[in-house]
Ligand binder design. Structure first.
Ligand SMILES: NC(=O)c1ccc[n+]([C@@H]2O[C@H](COP(=O)([O-])OP(=O)(O)OC[C@H]3O[C@@H](n4cnc5c(N)ncnc54)[C@H](O)[C@@H]3O)[C@@H](O)[C@H]2O)c1
Length: 341
């Protein structure tokens, strides 16, 4: 009798303690496409939160010495399903942050490759997440909307008929993720980001002008913008983008009414950005020479309605236009000084 009570209590304790440990163990996170504009900063942010070795950066690009020093980095081609499986098993991955993609302007230059990376790649990671019960985060974009969508403001649920392969692949990812959630209970989470502004080189999107302008004016004092001066687009500083990603990933599942949310911080035009920068650098020379990216921008949201994210998981942006300009001037100056340019 006594022995039985002891056994029962040991069993209870083992279950209790292993449950506690599991709950307290930080998630092991794999970031795909991690050497792009968002991945490196995202790894830094999440390593600060969950520990250096719990966030694995991956890409198909050869890393710099600094990347290797900062924490684990491995080769991962998202088109190689077996390779992905091995990494998830070997590293006991819990969360997958899927950044690999060809962005809007680059995607239009190589549609077959965009289909492979953005659509086949998504098939691989979502199957993997289902098989190994991972929480999976896939970013979407304002580019998932098109000329038939309301543009000011663009609500969370509305018509989505994008005209770029990038946008088409992101709508596909959103729908596939929602389907896997309803059909298999997969913990799929997706944020539609606006143009994300950081001092790192952008990956070939339509909102890149808002980064390139800082690099060019600090190096040469002038910038030629490929969008018309009055082209309004939603934007956010990378700090807000990463905080949104992290808060959303941690939001309790029962608070979420959706799997896909709009998030944003602000909307501005090139001429409004120039005016904001002129407060700190009065002698700017800006010229405008619109190219094919103008057509893409003209089909995208001007103002993004993120009220559902604010309601469900308390999303609130912190960096406004003036702060964004101050941060970018400081960060880009530091980058230029570090690279000796
Ligand atoms: N940067 C933005 O403004 C923005 C806005 C909205 C959404 N997003 C989304 O966020 C994600 C990251 O964006 P980013 O700006 O860092 O993109 P990026 O273009 O800078 O980086 C993408 C990375 O994917 C990698 N990649 C390409 N093919 C691959 C393959 N076969 N296997 C593995 N990796 C591969 C590339 O090497 C690159 O490093 C993307 O999915 C993008 O759609 C970005």
């Amino acid at each position: 009798m006594f022995r039985n009570i002891c056994r029962a209590s040991i069993k209870f304790n083992v279950r209790f303690y292993s449950g506690e440990l599991l709950r307290k163990r930080p998630p092991k996170i794999l970031i795909t496409g991690g050497l792009g504009q968002l991945g490196v900063e995202c790894a830094k942010y999440l390593r600060g939160k969950y520990g250096q070795n719990n966030v694995i950066l991956s890409d198909i690009i050869k890393p710099t010495e600094e990347i290797v020093k900062d924490g684990p980095y491995i080769f991962v081609d998202i088109l190689d399903f077996k390779g992905l499986q091995k990494i998830v098993v070997d590293h006991r991955v819990d969360w997958l942050i899927h950044f690999s993609a060809l962005l809007s302007a680059i995607g239009e230059q190589n549609v077959p490759l965009a289909v492979r990376v953005n659509i086949e790649g998504m098939h691989n990671v979502i199957e993997l997440a289902k098989q190994y019960k991972l929480r999976i985060f896939v970013p979407s974009t304002i580019g998932a909307f098109g000329p038939d969508s309301p543009r000011n403001p663009t609500p969370n649920i509305t018509i989505q008929r994008p005209r770029t392969i990038y946008g088409v692949s992101k709508v596909h990812a959103e729908l596939l993720g929602e389907y896997y959630y309803h059909k298999f209970g997969l913990d799929f989470r997706c944020l539609r980001f606006p143009g994300v502004i950081s001092s790192d080189p952008p990956g070939g999107g339509t909102t890149d002008y808002a980064i390139a302008i800082f690099h060019d004016i600090l190096r040469r004092g002038n910038y030629e913008c490929y969008l018309k001066p009055d082209t309004r687009l939603p934007m956010m500083h990378v700090r807000d983008a990463l905080r949104a990603l992290s808060e959303y990933l941690e939001a309790p599942i029962e608070t979420l009414n959706r799997r896909v949310y709009n998030v944003t911080s602000m909307s501005f035009t090139p001429e409004e950005l120039v005016e904001a920068i002129s407060k700190y650098l009065p002698d700017l020379k800006i010229t405008y020479k619109p190219d094919s990216r103008q057509d893409i921008a003209d089909s995208w949201p001007q103002v993004f309605d993120d009220s559902e994210a604010r309601r469900d998981w308390n999303w609130k942006p912190e960096v406004d236009l003036d702060n964004l300009v101050k941060l970018m001037l400081k960060e880009v100056k530091e980058k230029i000084a570090a690279n000796g340019l």
